[in-house]
Structures are given as C-alpha cells and as structure tokens.
Design a protein around this ligand. Structure first.
Ligand code: AMP
Length: 192
C-alpha cells in the first residue's frame, strides 16, 4: 500500500504518519524532514534547500523529484509500502511520483487529504514553532507557506479526485478521531 498524506502545512501529516507506521508497518518518507536533515548536516543540497525553506517557497520540481528518486532507491526498495508525507506538492511532482512508482512496478493507492481551515493551521504552526523551534514556523513564513499551498499544491485535490484516489478527511478534530477515520477509509480501499 502506497499512500500520500496530503494537506496544508500544519494539517497533521507528520502526526498521522507516525500512527500509520505503527499500524500498517509502512515506510515513511517526509520530504521536509529529508531537507531539514541536509540543512542540519550542512550539505550542498542543504544550503540550497535552506534558501527556499526560509522563504516559505517550494524547492524546484526537478531537484525535488531527483531527491525523492534517490530516497526511494536507498530506503524503500524492499518495503511493502510507503507513506509519502509532503510530496507531491505540485502537478509535475504528482506526475513524477506516478512514473517513479511505475518504474518500480508499484502504484499509488490513495491520497488522504487532511482538511483543516487556515486559521487553525496558523494556530498549530505558531504553537509548533514555540515547542520545537522549527525555523519556518514563524508568522511571516507561515503566511507565505499558506499562499504557496493554495496556489501550487491545492490543485492536486482535483487532480487526484479525477483519478478516484482522493479521500477527504476532516482534520479539524482530535488526533485519535482523525486516525480512526483514516484507517476506516484505508481499510475500505484495501478491500477493493
Ligand atoms: P514540510 O516539512 O513538509 O512542511 O516542508 C517544509 C518545507 O520544505 C516546505 O515549505 C518547502 O520549502 C520544502 N519542501 C518539502 N517538501 C517539498 C516538496 N515536495 N516540494 C518542494 N518543496 C518541498
């Protein structure tokens, strides 16, 4: 089972991923975490990524797609399934994901969309910034990230709805209730 966890910044993708890993034994790939790790290790890629992340902008598609191809090759080869968290974020990335999976004889089963209103997303990110010190969780960058989400990423909802892969989840609830809805939907999909 290969699934995408989709939603705005702060919608709970990371939190729900952790719970899904426990339940289904899936491998988790968070592109944001991959990039933050490069920044921490001060690699060349980290230096490039930092410029975009600090501005609340997306890393260019070509670069991001190459990074994902690399991570899939190194980490996910023998895994029964992957949760993609934070990828794809653009239509070209969605098309690339399709190709990357297909060339490995795999396919995408579902896109779980965590739907949360903007004012709640802002509250959560401000809170996360205070708790973790995450650099892009400050008010100015949060606004830019939300704009990027609405302009570049949210068109993916329609893209995946057309393919019958989009599963809408009300993400503005308690963590356990959200998780119950996700697993119910995924079990339905698996049974198809
Ligand atoms: P996240 O941890 O998913 O919120 O990602 C943090 C930041 O990393 C984003 O604001 C982007 O600058 C960058 N990023 C993560 N994933 C992607 C992606 N799929 N495409 C482009 N940029 C990304």
């Amino acid at each position: 089972m290969n699934i995408v966890l989709f939603g705005g910044p702060g919608s709970g993708k990371g939190t729900q991923s952790e719970k899904l890993i426990d339940k289904y034994g899936l491998h988790h790939i968070s592109t944001g975490e991959v990039l933050r790790d490069h920044i921490k290790r001060e690699t060349d890629l980290g230096k490039i990524a930092k410029r975009y992340i600090d501005e609340g902008q997306l890393i260019p598609d070509d670069l991001m797609i190459n990074i994902l191809d690399d991570v899939l090759e190194k980490e996910a080869k023998d895994k029964p399934g992957v949760i993609f968290d934070g990828f794809p974020r653009t239509i070209p990335q969605a098309e690339a994901l399709n190709d990357l999976l297909r060339k490995r004889g795999k396919e995408l089963h579902a896109v779980v969309g965590l739907e949360v209103p903007d004012d709640e997303l802002v509250k959560r990110m401000i809170n996360r910034g205070k708790m973790t010190g995450r650099a892009d969780d400050n008010e100015e960058t949060i606004k830019k990230r939300l704009n990027v989400y609405h302009n570049q990423t949210s068109p993916l909802r329609e893209h995946y709805k057309k393919q019958n892969k989009y599963v809408a989840i009300d993400g503005n609830r308690e963590i356990g209730h959200i998780f119950d809805s996700i697993t119910k939907e995924l079990d339905k999909h698996a049974g198809k």
